[in-house]
Ligand binder design. Structure first.
Ligand code: MRU
Length: 367
C-alpha cells in the first residue's frame, strides 16, 4: 500500500536486520506512526493491545516475535516459552496458533546456533506467502465482482458491504476481503464499498475507511445497524468479509456483528462471501458455535469512545449511563449454511467439509 508516496507493508525488518517495525494501528485514523519491536515482549504487547490486529497479521507478528526471542536466547526452553507466551495474547484468530506451530515444528529441528537466522527466515517467508495468498484471493474474488459488474449499467458501481477491517492493515499486504476490491478498482471496474463502522473498536470507520480512502476507492461509512436496511432496498450487491477462524465444515468466525449481516443477506438474497487464506482454516474443528473460543474484551471499549475533537485533540468520553453493566464479546460465528462461498487462494470453495477438504488435502492430513 502506498502511503504518502512510500510503499509499505504492515510489518517489516528494520535497518538493523534484527528489530521489526510495524504500523501502530491504535493511532488510526488520526496519525500514521510506526513502532519498533525489539523483543519478544514487544511483539506480545503489540498483539495484545492491538497495535497489530487482523488474523493474518497477528500470525506474522507472532512469527517475528519468535525470531526476536531467538535473537536473545536460542535454547529449546526459550523457544517453547516464546511460543507459549505469544499464544496467550489473543484467543480467537487461529493464524496465531498456526504460525507458532509452524515455528515450533521447524525450529526444534534446527541446531540452537542456527535458530536465530532460521526464525527470521521463517517469519519473512510467512509474510511473503501471506502477500501471495492475498493476491490469489484478489484474483479469484475479482471474477465475482466482474460478473456482477456485467449486470450493471455502464458506470454504475458494484456495491459491496464489508464489516470490520479485513484489509491491507489486517494482513501483510493487500488484505483478504479488500484484495478483490483493490483489483477491481485498479482494473477500472466501478466499485463502491459500504463500510460498517464496527463498534466497539471501530475497525471499519478507523481502518477500512482510511485504507480505502488512501487507495481512492469510493466508500461510505455506515452505522453497524444500517446494512440490513440497505440490503432490503437493493443497495448491496454482495457482502464480502474476512474471518479469524473458519472450521473444517465452513462455519465462519469473524468480528462481532458479522452473523447479523449474514442473516440479513440471506433474507434479502444478497450473496455473502468470506475471503480467507488457508492458514485461517482450523481443520481440527467442526462446530464453530461450540468450539471456537470467543474473545471477551474490556467493557470500557463499549462504554467509552475515542475520537478527535474539533480542536484537534484526541479524547475519550463515556457514552453509557452510570451504573449500567456492559459486555463485549469481540467475535461471532456465522454458520456455514449462511455462507455463499469461501474465496481462498485456491479459488472459490463451498462452505462445507467435502469442498474444503478437496481444496486443501495437505492441510487436512496435517491437522
Ligand atoms: O479484533 P480484530 O481487529 O483483530 O478483528 C479482525 C477481524 O475480525 C477481521 O475481519 C479478520 O481478522 C479477518 S482479517 C483478514
Amino acid at each position: 500500500m502506498n502511503v504518502n508516496g512510500t510503499r509499505y507493508r504492515t510489518i517489516w525488518l528494520a535497518e538493523d536486520g534484527r528489530s521489526v517495525d510495524i504500523i501502530d494501528q491504535t493511532r488510526f485514523p488520526h496519525a500514521f506512526e510506526t513502532v519498533r519491536m525489539r523483543s519478544l515482549e514487544d511483539a506480545a504487547h503489540a498483539i495484545r493491545v492491538m497495535q497489530v490486529r487482523g488474523a493474518p497479521l497477528i500470525g506474522a507478528t507472532a512469527a517475528y516475535g519468535v525470531a526476536l526471542a531467538m535473537a536473545k536466547d536460542s535454547s529449546d526452553n526459550a523457544l517453547h516459552t516464546a511460543c507459549s507466551s505469544l499464544l496467550e495474547t489473543r484467543p480467537t484468530a487461529v493464524n496465531l496458533q498456526w504460525a507458532l506451530d509452524l515455528a515450533r515444528r521447524a525450529l526444534v529441528q534446527v541446531h540452537p546456533d542456527s535458530r536465530e537466522q532460521a526464525a527470521y527466515d521463517l517469519a519473512a517467508r510467512i509474510c511473503d506467502e501471506d502477500v501471495a495468498m492475498n493476491m490469489a484471493i484478489g484474483t479469484h474474488g475479482l471474477e465475482i465482482i466482474a460478473q456482477i459488474a456485467k449486470t450493471k449499467a455502464p458506470g454504475e458501481p458494484v456495491n459491496i458491504l464489508t464489516h470490520c477491517n479485513a484489509g491491507w492493515l489486517a494482513t501483510v499486504d493487500w488484505g483478504t476481503a479488500t484484495a478483490p476490491i483493490y483489483m477491481a478498482h485498479n482494473g477500472g471496474i466501478p466499485v463502491h464499498v459500504w463500510v460498517d463502522e464496527t463498534r466497539p473498536r471501530n475497525q471499519g470507520a478507523f481502518l477500512t475507511a482510511w485504507e480505502l480512502g488512501h487507495h481512492g476507492v469510493p466508500h461510505t461509512v455506515i452505522a453497524d445497524n444500517a446494512g440490513g436496511h440497505l440490503m432490503q432496498h437493493g443497495e448491496v450487491d454482495l457482502v464480502l468479509v474476512g474471518t479469524d477462524r473458519t472450521t473444517a465444515t465452513g462455519d465462519v468466525c469473524n468480528k462481532i456483528g458479522t452473523y447479523l449481516k449474514a442473516l440479513a443477506a440471506k433474507d434479502c438474497g444478497v450473496p455473502f462471501y468470506v475471503a480467507l487464506p488457508s492458514p485461517t482454516i482450523d481443520f481440527s474443528l467442526s462446530d464453530g458455535l461450540r468450539q471456537i473460543p470467543i474473545e471477551e474484551r474490556s467493557g470500557t471499549e463499549v462504554s467509552h469512545i475515542t475520537g478527535r475533537t474539533r480542536a484537534g485533540t484526541i479524547e475519550t468520553v463515556e457514552i453509557v449511563a452510570d451504573g449500567s453493566d456492559v459486555a463485549n464479546p469481540a467475535f461471532d460465528v456465522t454458520p456455514a449454511r449462511l455462507v455463499t462461498g469461501l474465496i481462498t487462494e485456491k479459488g472459490l470453495v463451498a462452505a462445507n467439509r467435502q469442498a474444503i477438504a478437496a481444496a486443501f488435502p495437505d492441510r487436512v492430513r496435517g491437522a
